[in-house]
Each structure stands twice: as C-alpha cells, then as structure tokens.
Design a protein around this ligand. Structure first.
Ligand code: VGL
Ligand code: ZN
Length: 188
C-alpha cells in the first residue's frame, strides 16, 4: 500500500555513552523495534538513515564545526542500535567531507527509492528530533510525501528545541501520531 517507515540515525554514537549522545536516546529502541516489526508485517518498506561521516568531516569541532567527532563511517560508533530486516534500505548521509547533511534526502537516493516503489506515505522516527528527524520530515513534506511523525518514537537533544521542531512540523502539514496507538494493546 505504498508506505515506508523511516528510522533516522539510530546509531551508537547518538546513544548514551556515545560521542554525541541524545539524552535517553536508547529509551526509544524497544518501541522502534516493535514498529519495524509492525510495518514489515504491513508490507511497508523499512528505511534506515545513518550519519556516515568521513574522518575529516566539516561538522566536527576539530574542523571548525559544531559537533564532537561522531559517526565516522565503518567505526563502531556508526553502527545501528536497532535490528533491521534484511530487505531494509540503508541510506548513508553526510558522506562528503565538506558538506553537512541533516536530512536523509540531501545528496542521497532516498526520494528516488521511495518514488520507484510508489510510496506516498512515510512514517518517521529516530534521533535527533530537532536535527536529522526534523530535516528529513521537512524535506519529505516539500517533496510532496504524506508525512507522519511518530511522536513517542523520536528523541531530541534539547527539550525546548524538540518542542519547537514538532510544532513547526505540525504546522507544515505533518500528522502527529504515536506508535503506541498503531501497535494497539499488544504494546505496554
Ligand atoms: C545529527 C548532529 C550531528 C542527527 C547528526 O542525526 O540529528 N545531529 N549529526
Ligand atoms: Zn553528524
């Protein structure tokens, strides 16, 4: 039925103990795992984006950027912390040394992949709400996709910024939805 679940940047470095931790980022792992199961069963495409930086990336402090070094490609910090089905599509972003990319659509094949499969409706979850989740969902809206934000399966770095990002997304046309309702009584 033309839908996709987009799991944004659920990687070790964004979890507590990682290089750029999202506070309590790990608390959404179980619900995302359940969502992956549910959407797979529904025949949805599962997409996982990942921050996949070269070691000399411009977003790192040592190169003048705002962030500590994180999610360097092929390192343990860049590994996924959720289990993905074999047929999941993995989208690597911010792979060029001199370009930041918060959105999963920026310089990737994501829009093409979704269009090829006739997908019109996407559900977004993951981290961080006010950075990569926000940018990915905003781009999806601009590209004409129907966007649902899974509000209980995202986590932000800063609560105020997260709130603002969610309000902006809602105003821009995203549907606010919680996984718990989608999952029904089977999930506590
Ligand atoms: C992200 C900061 C730097 C994110 C990525 O995934 O939200 N945030 N790189
Ligand atoms: Zn990054």
């Amino acid at each position: 039925m033309g839908e996709a679940l987009i799991v944004v940047d659920m990687q070790r470095d964004f979890m507590p103990g990682g290089a750029l931790p999202v506070p309590e980022g790990d608390s959404i792992i179980p619900i995302i795992q359940e969502c992956i199961k549910l959407f797979s069963k529904r025949g949805a495409l599962i997409v996982a984006t990942r921050d996949w930086h070269p070691p000399d990336h411009v977003s790192f402090k040592e190169n003048g950027g705002p962030w500590p070094r994180h999610c360097v490609r092929n390192t343990s910090g860049a590994e996924f912390v959720v289990d993905l089905p074999e047929d999941a599509v993995i989208i690597s972003k911010a792979t060029e040394p001199d370009k930041e990319a918060y959105s999963g659509f920026e310089n990737t094949k994501l829009a093409e992949v979704l269009r090829e499969r006739g997908i019109k409706k996407i559900y977004v979850c993951g981290v961080a709400t006010e950075y990569c989740v926000r940018a990915t969902a905003m781009d999806a809206l601009k590209l004409g996709f129907e966007v649902h934000l899974l509000t209980d399966a995202v986590k932000g770095i800063n609560p105020e910024d997260e709130k603002r990002a969610m309000a902006e997304l809602k105003k821009s046309g995203a549907v606010m939805e919680d996984c718990r309702s989608l999952l029904g009584n089977s999930y506590g």
